[in-house]
Structure formats: C-alpha cells, structure tokens
Design a protein around this ligand. Structure first.
Ligand SMILES: [Zn+2]
Ligand SMILES: [Zn+2]
Length: 249
C-alpha cells in the first residue's frame, strides 16, 4: 500500500515535470489511475464519468443552476446578467474536485485533455454556437507563479476538437483578485468588478465561448463579459467543468 502510494507520487512528479513528448511513454510506464476508483487506464474511467455529480435539469436558462421549474432563476431575474448563459455540467465535488485540484495546483497540465473531454461530451448533447474560444485569463502574477493558465489549456483542447480558433490574449486581468472560492458571496462581485479589460477590436462581432475551470456565483465570467462587450463581441457563453453546489448570492 505504502509502496503503491510512493510509486504513484513519483509518477505524478515525473509527469508534472516532463514535456508533452514524454507523456505517451509515461502513460505506458505508469498507466493513469482513475480519480474515482483508482483503476488503471484512464484519469476518469468510463464507469466513473457517468457517476460524476452532474447538474440536474430544469436549469436557469441564464446561469445554468437548477431551478424549481422556472425558465430563469430569481437571482438572474433580479440582476439581469450580461452574459448570455453559463453552463457547467458538474458539481465541484468528489473525484472531479480532486482532478481539478491536481490540474490547477500540482502542475498536472496533462489533465487538460481528460477534463476538456467532459466539456466536449457536454457540448455534443447541448451545443453552444461559437466562433472563438476564449479562456478566462489569470493575472500575470499568478500566471508567473503557476507557470500556466489552466483555463487556457482547456480552451486549447476544446479549440482543437471543435476546430475553433483560441484567442487567449484578447482580454487581460488587469488587477489581481482573491480566489472567489475564499470569499463570502457578497464580496465576490466587488472582487472581480473591473478586473478585466479588453482592447482587441479583432474579435468584434464574434460569438465567444468563454472557458473557466470552475464557477461559483458566475461573477468572474460576468466581469469578463463586460470587458468583451466593450469591444463589440456579438454573444458570450460561459462554459466551466464544474460549479459550487451550495452558494449564497
Ligand atoms: Zn473509475
Ligand atoms: Zn440564473
């Protein structure tokens, strides 16, 4: 058991530091283990994916949270978000939470592909019309610390699979913000208000698919939307892998 753990830690460290070219070799030497059931062969196996906690319908047409049956939830009815809609098929829990944590904080860039695959599955069943894929940017300080923007890695995988251009530098995060997860609901909107800025006129008229890994209240996506609308994009849909189940807004 302990040896197994050590073996797995060692293989994760190797994977995190290895280049993309080495991934097939590492996958052969250390087959991926499912985050749900630890079976070898995939990061999220075919048995565990259908069991990931997914958001049940009916949902709000705008924010995508479950409703009691109304088309739009009370929050969206009151606040009239500028974003056309947000979809996040799963809740940020269990195996998916573990996978996203490793993807974001443990340099596990190799998880971009299986995680983006979940979004592709979702889009197959519920397509979103888009011309370009735009990742939610990180502030440059955080980007320097982490070395990569996890949302951009997801956007690249989606762009490849959907045959859509990824426009990663069209919106800037002009000031660092605290992690939304760490803040009470009332402070989240203020935390990200005016945090994004865009001057990229080349995306005017485009339908944007805005990608983030996790959303809580949707405040980050909304703030990005305000910046993108200033340069005249025609529509913006937010797509995240997972969302918080419990929240107050
Ligand atoms: Zn599994
Ligand atoms: Zn709503």
């Amino acid at each position: 058991m302990i040896l197994n753990e050590l073996w797995s830690l060692r293989s994760e460290a190797l994977r995190a530091s290895a280049g993309d070219w080495a991934r097939p070799i590492l996958d052969l030497l250390f087959p991926p283990r499912c985050f749900g059931c630890s079976t070898r062969g995939a990061w999220l196996c075919a048995d565990c994916v259908p069991q990931l906690p997914h958001v049940e319908h009916p949902i709000c047409q705008i924010c995508g949270y479950p409703t009691a049956g109304t088309k739009v939830c009370a929050f969206c009815y009151k606040t009239r978000p500028k974003i056309h809609g947000i979809r996040a098929p799963y809740y940020f829990e269990g195996a998916l939470r573990d996978a996203i944590h490793r993807f974001k904080y443990k340099h596990a860039k190799y998880l971009a592909e299986p995680l983006a695959h979940l979004l592709l599955n979702y889009l197959q069943a519920s397509p979103i019309d888009a011309d370009i894929v735009v990742p939610v940017p990180l502030h440059q300080t955080r980007l320097a610390e982490r070395g990569y923007n996890q949302s951009e890695l997801l956007a690249i995988e989606l762009g490849k699979a959907l045959n859509l251009p990824v426009v990663a530098r069209c919106v800037d995060r002009i000031r660092p913000t605290d992690s939304q997860m760490s803040l009470p609901a009332q402070r989240r909107i203020a935390n990200v208000r005016g945090a994004f800025y865009s001057v990229d006129k080349t995306i005017a008229g485009k339908k944007v698919l805005l990608i983030d890994d996790v959303c809580t209240t949707g405040a980050t996506l909304e703030s990005c939307t305000v910046a993108l609308q200033r340069v005249g994009v025609s529509s913006i849909w937010g797509l995240c892998i997972a969302r918080a189940r419990f929240y107050l807004r």
